[in-house]
Design a protein around this ligand. Structure first.
Ligand SMILES: Cc1cc2nc3c(=O)[nH]c(=O)nc-3n(C[C@H](O)[C@H](O)[C@H](O)COP(=O)(O)O)c2cc1C
Length: 406
């Protein structure tokens, strides 16, 4: 049976599926509930120190603390969400850790936000003293009232702040320490900082900013206001890119990824792109945390069938098989006239969409047949994607791989 264990520094997780910080982990009772489902770890909802919370939230929403409100709306493959901060400040969470951590089987990671370096240091020390298994610093949160504060909200887009916070907190605590940051595809350089300053893991998150949506019949917004979309499969695909951007370091630091998990196989894909663990929130809100057991069975079954003995062995498995953009362009050039479309006339319904979308004039629908001009075909596959009947396919698609690998 495949070994699902992974490590975040000295913290051993029984499996790589983490219940991420959020609605499922708002209070101590929530953490106790999460403990029943066999996740690799659970992360408490991010909190501020009491004093900082007052400064951040009070000017915008007097009275909001300690009862932050949440509102969800399903958009099919994710949630539109407006949410507040944790109802529990660091001091109260620290007390909860002291009183309860011994009876929780699942490793519990404290999550911390602050508006100053001093706040991060003080909060992390408080969690360490209280017995938290690890601390995750949150440097990315799209809530509007956080964005004016440079040390939180959009902090992960600022390399100097990321470095300052991570290195100072690293010096202050000895328990496993990670940081959660947003991926910025225009400047992915901050993602290199956690490893440089000796953190135990780096979490990359994708959650998209969102408008509230419109009910067309009523000409009303779906919800009055919205902050972000979570859970969408588009996030998953952006996260694959975030992992590709870290392919030079995935063997040296534990990379945790969060955003867009919808099935057990997504977790396998994240790991093959270089992740060591996957943090999930929206899917568990949609379908329940009972999925964790099913996912563990499916992931280890898959690993057994493919001969991966451990997560470590499966990690990054796809990376050596990918071409760089430059390699792909050169290789495509060599396949001209060899990778070409073919048609099954029996399946074709002559709708004409393939002719319409072909930029090369390689397809003509004449009367009841589709005529393919192979010399003109560029092998791009757009016609194959447009065919509702499965009547088109590309011949010799494996040629790209063969040419690229010599
Ligand atoms: C309602 C809600 C509250 C959240 N609160 C936090 C939080 O307090 N701290 C944090 O680090 N992430 C928070 N998140 C982000 C999630 O932990 C997760 O990283 C994100 O939703 C992407 O994962 P998903 O697509 O599986 O939901 C929250 C997400 C949701 C939907």
């Amino acid at each position: 049976m495949a070994d699902l264990r992974v490590n975040m520094g000295s913290l051993e997780l029984e499996n790589p599926i983490i219940i991420s910080s959020g609605h499922l982990t708002r209070t101590g009772d929530d953490i106790k509930r999460c403990d029943k489902y066999g996740g690799g770890a659970v992360i408490i909802k991010s909190g501020f120190l009491e004093k900082e919370y007052e400064k951040v939230v009070k000017p915008y929403a007097p009275g909001l603390f300690p009862d932050a409100r949440v509102n969800f709306h399903s958009i099919g493959d994710g949630y539109l969400t407006i949410c507040g901060l944790s109802p529990i400040p660091v001091e109260a969470w620290a007390k909860w850790f002291k009183d309860n951590i011994k009876e929780i089987k699942t490793p519990v990671i404290a999550s911390l936000m602050a508006i100053s370096v001093e706040g991060y240091i003080k909060g992390a020390k408080m969690f360490q003293e209280a017995g938290a298994d690890a601390v995750e610093i949150l440097l990315a949160c799209p809530l509007p009232f956080l964005l004016p504060h440079p040390y939180v909200g959009g902090a992960s887009f600022n390399p100097a702040i990321v470095e300052e916070v991570c290195s100072e907190v690293r010096k202050a605590v000895t328990i496993p320490l990670g940081v959660k940051m947003m991926f910025n595809f225009l400047d992915p350089s901050p993602l290199q900082i956690p490893r440089k300053v000796g953190l135990d893991w780096s979490t990359t998150v994708i959650a998209f900013p969102a408008a509230p949506g419109i009910k067309l019949n009523e000409v009303e917004p779906v919800i009055p206001s919205s902050v972000f979309i979570s859970g969408s499969k588009v996030a998953k695909h952006v996260n694959f890119v975030a992992l590709l951007n870290q392919r030079d370091q995935y063997q040296d630091i534990h990379i945790s990824i969060t955003g867009g998990t919808q099935r057990w196989s997504d977790i396998v894909e994240f790991i093959m792109y270089g992740a060591s663990s996957v943090q999930v929130q929206t899917l568990f809100l949609q379908k329940g945390m009972g999925l964790i057991q099913e996912f563990k069975r499916n992931i280890s079954g898959y690993m057994d069938s493919k001969g991966f003995g451990s997560i470590e062995e499966m990690k990054g498995a796809i990376l050596p098989k990918l071409l760089t953009f430059d390699e792909a362009i050169v290789t495509y050039g060599k396949t001209k006239g060899k990778i070409v479309v073919s048609v099954d006339q029996g399946k074709c319904i002559c709708c004409g969409v393939c002719e319409e979308v072909c930029n090369w004039g390689a397809i003509k629908v004449i009367d009841d047949t589709v005529d393919i001009v192979k010399e003109k075909c560029e092998g791009c596959g757009v016609c194959v994607c447009s065919c509702t009947e499965g009547a088109l396919w590309l011949d010799n698609v494996d040629l790209i791989k063969k040419i690229a690998r010599g």
